[in-house]
Ligand binder design. Structure first.
Ligand code: UT7
Length: 336
């Protein structure tokens, strides 16, 4: 990130939008397909239900989230400079989902790309978009977090199928000359040592699709839940605390923690480390489960639209995911 004294503009979120599919799978449904129960799922994860996209792909959900955003701003799709889509469930390996979204929403003057950082995807994309705005070269960047996790979920594996859902959410970044608002700092990391703890093994160049890869169910999410839990709980708590310290923020100066929604126990541990009470933590994991890149912007959109986030609020966004990837980002909310 640019050093503070050189910065002449911040990137601010100036509009938000979201899309969740209509179809709901509640915990009871999973009792009918795998050996599990509502009590286990609720107490171990905090999830009660999740949404599933029956017809359509990640680009369709992304486009719907962007259309929802455009209803709330005077900015027109043709004014968009860049579209960044954070996803691990692109419509296909190529072209980029960003191209498909660009066509669907009519952003005819935009360029763009997909960003793969799993559950940290939105944070990485937000920082990337912010840097492009801060450079002075671009004025309107759409950052989308979108995942159709049902497309890569094995509904016979109780370890993973209860966790994930489908959703998309988008934010618009624009320059802010007032440095009191917008994205102020971020701490982002990757560590490939975690590559085998959470991944989809086949379908890429290492192990292209074949009859064997399909028979061996290698096109689904694999997760060593216990291993990921251990590093996620420490990783998310530490990084969230670190960004507060780095920016001299006391817990009472943080209006909200906006955590990736993978597990309520990880979220609680992060809030505890930061000294933040429950009512200042954005949570919707109970209704949507883990929607990977969509969780954080979905929280932002819902809390903003219900009047819970106000201009001037200090937010700490934080995430941990496959890779490993993790990070935290500090911003001051700029929308009235
Ligand atoms: O979003 C990206 C990053 N991902 C994460 O942050 C996820 C991190 N991991 C987790 O959230 C948790 O590890 C899980 C929610 C995935 C699992 O919770 P856990 O408390 O770590 O459970 P566990 O994996 O240690 O399993 C405990 C027991 C096992 O039985 P045994 O071996 O002790 O007999 C599992 O087989 O629970 C069993 N189990 C289930 N039981 C009922 C696993 N899944 C289920 C299930 N229903 N759905």
């Amino acid at each position: 990130m640019q050093s503070k004294n050189k910065k002449i503009r911040n990137a601010s979120i100036t509009a938000v939008g979201m899309y969740v599919p209509e179809k709901i799978l509640d915990n009871k449904y999973f009792e009918s397909i795998v050996e599990t129960n509502d009590e286990w799922i609720t107490s171990r994860t905090g999830i009660r239900e999740r949404r599933i996209m029956e017809n359509g792909a990640t680009s369709d959900m992304s486009a719907k989230a962007c259309e929802d955003l455009f209803k709330t701003t005077n900015v027109k799709p043709e004014e968009i400079d860049i579209i960044i889509v954070a996803t691990v469930t692109p419509d296909m390996l190529f072209p980029a989902t960003a191209c498909l979204v660009q066509e669907k929403i009519g952003a005819k003057n935009a360029w763009g790309f997909d960003l793969s950082a799993a559950c940290s995807g939105f944070l990485f994309a937000l920082q990337t978009g912010a840097s492009l705005i801060e450079s002075g070269s671009y004025k309107k960047v759409l950052v989308v977090g979108s995942d159709k996790m049902s497309a890569i979920t094995d509904y016979t594996d109780r370890n993973t199928c209860i966790l994930f859902g489908d959703a998309a959410s988008a934010v618009l970044l624009e320059p802010s000359e007032d440095l009191n608002f917008g994205i102020k700092d971020s701490l982002l990391h990757i560590d490939g040592a975690g590559k085998n703890a959470l991944y989809m093994r086949a379908g890429g160049s290492a192990l292209p699709a074949s009859h064997e890869t399909v028979d061996q169910k290698l096109h689904y999410i694999y997760q060593d839940g216990k291993a990921v839990f251990k590093v996620a709980v420490k990783g998310m708590a530490d990084i969230s605390f670190e960004i507060m310290q780095k920016n001299g923020l006391k817990s009472e100066e943080v209006s909200y923690l906006v955590p990736h929604q993978a597990n309520l126990r990880i979220i609680d541990a992060t809030a505890q480390r930061m000294g933040i009470p429950k009512e200042k933590v954005m949570i919707n994991i109970d209704r949507y489960g883990n929607t990977t890149a969509a969780t954080i912007p979905l929280c932002l959109t819902e809390y903003y639209r219900t009047g819970k986030v106000k201009k001037g609020d200090n937010l700490i966004l934080s995430a941990f995911g496959a890779g490993y990837t993790w990070g935290a980002l500090y911003l001051t909310w700029a929308i009235d």
